[in-house]
Design a protein around this ligand. Structure first.
Ligand code: AMP
Ligand code: ZN
Length: 114
């Protein structure tokens, strides 16, 4: 989608430190990391937020979770643990309107979130 920051990363129009990509998904380092390891995992296809997910998106969203698990294992984050965050819409703290999953690791996470 035009004027979408993450669509531009998918298209290669904006540089990103990409750590994984396949035909459905791209994962890259967050430019403002909130933990020693902070990745963003996004679908190539523009979906605004999790609130817009439809039944036909089930396989894609499931695939994203499997990619997250694979990345966590490959990067040594699985056994110590990690956190997956989806900020959805305004009250959820979403700033970029292209669905994305934060993967945070490398430190002990706190609960509850702010
Ligand atoms: P959210 O608040 O959930 O929408 O998160 C958006 C995330 O995108 C933030 O953690 C930003 O640091 C991150 N971000 C914004 N621009 C870029 C970029 N060009 N490359 C990588 N991460 C970005
Ligand atoms: Zn987009």
């Amino acid at each position: 989608m035009k004027d979408c920051l993450f669509c531009k990363i998918v298209a290669g129009e904006i540089p990103a430190r990409i750590v994984y990509e396949d035909e459905q998904v791209v994962a890259f380092e967050d430019v403002n990391p909130q933990a020693p390891e902070h990745l963003l995992v996004i679908p190539r296809r523009h979906i605004v937020s999790l609130a817009d997910a439809e039944p036909e998106d089930a396989a894609l969203l499931g695939h994203i979770q499997c990619v997250i698990a694979e990345l966590a294992r490959a990067r040594g984050c699985a056994e110590p643990g990690f956190r997956v965050v989806n900020n959805c819409n305004a009250d959820g703290g979403q700033e970029v309107g292209h669905i994305h999953y934060h993967v945070l690791a490398g430190r002990k996470m706190e609960w509850p979130p702010g």
